[in-house]
Design a binder for this molecule. Structure first.
Ligand SMILES: [Zn+2]
Length: 352
């Protein structure tokens, strides 16, 4: 019998520290990377914050750099960027910005078979180093399998200066792994879904390291290092699983449903965090633990804090099963209905 091995796609290089963007030139040369022509994507604000500086640094290494501003992560924008890459001879795409910029960059680079380097300016979700892009089709968000970035340069100083709301959302998205893993276990027991121990070990340990932290201040370098590292491990767990399953269960269906039905959706990680509280209640798990940790770090625990109406919370819980019908979760398992949704949302204090 031939030797059996399993190949895991991970980034070639990874830098999580304050000021690492200043060392970009050195990082590229240390990894033997030089590019003739670079496409750099950035957001309208993040271009000024960091994009321009990164573009200048890459130019100094002798590369030609074109820049493009990304304001949304719709399929239209994703296709336009893909087209731009197709018509030019870019050797690599840099995504310098928040989730939308990185989602578009991963999608377009993977479509055209070129590499992507992730330079996150915020850590509001676990997409900074995953092979998944969340792309919006009309109002519906879909997770598309793309390709793992070849490198991640996460400058803690930049991430720390982003709105604190993004950091809190990143914690919400990370901790929701705990709910996602439970749903995958359930799907495997009830529906015979194939379950991946290694990827779920990685995604739950990543979440637990932050969950068990005794740090009160989420803006310290120590905390942010741990958060960014854990979000990166979450991304890799999705790469190992070949799907978003280790990081996306009922709580994510709830967030996707809110995006579709709510008048004013909040950040993905904030919504997933609320979803974690409600779905933990539905499973009979210790949801109060999440409430007390969320409160300690200023993460929203109520619909009111997110400016979402109680009607939209209930509507989203009922709509959630349709958002990814093939994924079996606690919502399908208990046949969520209006009474159960109302009871869970009220008892957990998510709605009054
Ligand atoms: Zn997520």
């Amino acid at each position: 019998m031939a030797l059996i091995s399993r190949i895991v796609d991970i980034p070639l290089f990874l830098y999580i520290e304050s000021g690492c963007v200043d060392r970009l030139g050195e990082i590229l040369s240390r990894n033997n990377l030089s590019f003739e022509s670079v496409l750099l994507l950035s957001g309208p604000t993040t271009f000024q914050v960091l994009g321009e500086k990164v573009a200048e640094t890459i130019r100094k290494t002798g590369s030609k750099v074109s820049t493009l501003t990304i304001s949304d992560s719709t399929i239209d924008t994703a296709e336009k960027v893909t087209e731009k890459i197709k018509n030019s001879q870019y050797s690599v795409v840099f995504g310098v910005g928040g989730g939308k910029v990185i989602d578009i960059g991963k999608y377009a680079a993977a479509n055209e078979g070129i590499n992507f380097i992730s330079v996150p300016t915020t850590v509001a979700n676990d997409g900074i180093s995953s092979p998944v892009s969340v792309i919006t089709y009309n109002r519906e968000k879909r997770s598309i399998m793309t390709k793992m970035p070849i490198g991640v340069i996460a400058d803690i100083e930049v991430i720390k200066n982003a709105p604190i709301r993004t950091i809190r959302a990143g914690i919400g998205d990370l901790l929701s792994n705990i709910s996602a893993v439970k749903d995958w276990e359930l799907a495997s027991q009830v529906k015979g879904d194939s379950f991946d121990e290694f990827s779920t070990l990685l995604s739950s340990r990543a979440a637990e390291s932050v969950l068990n932290s005794d740090l009160d201040d989420i803006l310290t370098e120590k905390f942010l290092n741990m958060l960014v590292g854990s979000l990166i491990l979450s991304g890799i767990s999705m790469g190992i699983a070949g799907s978003s399953k280790p990081c996306s269960g009922a709580e994510h269906k709830f967030s996707h449903a809110l995006d579709a039905v709510a008048e004013n959706p909040a950040l993905h990680g904030e919504q997933a965090g609320l979803g974690l509280i409600i779905t933990s209640f539905l499973r009979g798990d210790d949801w109060k633990r999440f409430i007390s940790i969320f409160k300690r770090w200023g993460i929203p625990t109520t619909a009111r804090e997110l400016n979402i109406s109680r009607e939209d919370i209930i509507r989203a819980l009922l709509y959630a099963p349709t958002t990814r019908p093939e994924r079996y979760t606690i919502l399908e398992h208990i046949s969520i209905d209006e009474e159960k949704a109302m009871n869970a949302a009220k008892k957990t204090g998510v709605i009054e």
